[in-house]
Design a protein around this ligand. Structure first.
Ligand code: NAP
Length: 265
């Protein structure tokens, strides 16, 4: 076994954070030295014989325990500040939080370049979702018309999802689309019913209780359609991708956006 990696998690009381904290606590390749949230402070998260108490102060954990990696699943606002703080302590960020602007990503990129440190931001850590995007990029070369439907639980704060935006970006790139050139906009008697439009591709966001994270990419051609669908049925789906990112971020000194950059596709 290689060197045990010291990890701190932020958003540890959240829907994804709790699942990840438990998984990493129970994985002997990692030593969880901190679990941060503003919710559930003082509560313990357990896995087997290991446990960690939720604390509110990320900087305190950085200065006391010197983690090597920070895993962040919070909100875009919190994650921006956490990313900057992590780099100031030379802690490598692995960020699953969504809702960043292109300006945020540019800033992360240049901070990593200036400080020569690795960081990974990925809008989706489910390996099946990365494959869905990859298959969509292949299909995009053969079909001009495409729409994206993304479906999430009703607690999700941003719309459309980071994965839907990333998928649209990948398809637009594969098709060398003119930015902002839509498929053709019809008149809408109910405004918004044709969805939003990103890079010329309609995106429809559904928010309902009972859902976790799902996406369907539908291509249309003469006499045929092709649907590529991915369903996350439990948040454990994100664990293998996060584990892969924690290991890879220790080996790189640059900013990586998207798990696909770490997979050999
Ligand atoms: P969640 O249940 O709301 O969990 C986020 C946690 O972070 C909450 O406990 C929240 O507290 C806490 N938090 C937010 N701001 C904070 C701050 N400034 N200081 C301390 N704690 C703070 O959300 P989730 O469903 O776990 O998702 C978290 C993020 O990950 C979202 O951006 C989501 O879109 C993204 N996500 C990414 C992936 C992926 O594969 N990349 C997968 C699923 C979700 P409050 O409740 O008080 O705000």
């Amino acid at each position: 076994m290689g060197q045990v990696i010291k990890v701190a998690l932020t958003g540890a009381s959240g829907r994804v954070g709790r699942v990840l904290t438990e998984a990493l606590l129970g994985d002997e390749r990692f030593h969880v030295v901190g679990a941060v949230d503003r919710v559930g402070v003082g509560q313990e998260i357990r896995s087997g014989k290991n446990n960690i108490t939720i604390e509110p102060d990320l900087e305190g954990i950085f200065s006391r325990f010197r983690p090597q990696v920070m895993v962040d699943f919070t909100s875009a606002e919190a994650a921006r500040a956490n990313f900057r703080l992590a780099l100031a302590y030379r802690v490598r960020p692995v960020v699953g939080t969504t809702g960043f602007t292109l300006a945020d990503l540019d800033e992360f990129h240049s901070l990593c370049e200036t400080q020569q440190i690795g960081a990974i931001v990925a809008p989706n850590f489910a390996i099946g979702a990365i494959l869905m995007m990859h298959f969509a990029s292949l299909a995009a070369r053969y079909f001009n018309s495409v729409e994206i439907i993304e479906l999430h639980h009703d607690g999700k704060k941003d719309a459309p999802s980071g994965t839907a935006l990333k998928t649209a970006e990948i398809i637009a790139h594969a098709q060398a689309r003119e930015e902002g050139a839509p498929n053709g906009r019809e008149s809408e008697s109910t405004p918004g019913c044709r969805g939003g439009c990103f890079q010329g591709i309609p995106i429809h966001s559904v928010r309902l209780p009972g859902l976790v994270a799902h996406q369907e990419v539908i291509f249309g051609g003469t006499g045929q359609t092709l649907s590529i669908r991915h369903d996350t049925t439990s948040r454990e789906a994100f664990v293998p991708g996060v584990v892969m990112a924690i290991q890879k971020v220790m080996e790189i000194n640059r900013f990586v956006y998207g798990l696909e950059e770490l997979m050999e596709l």
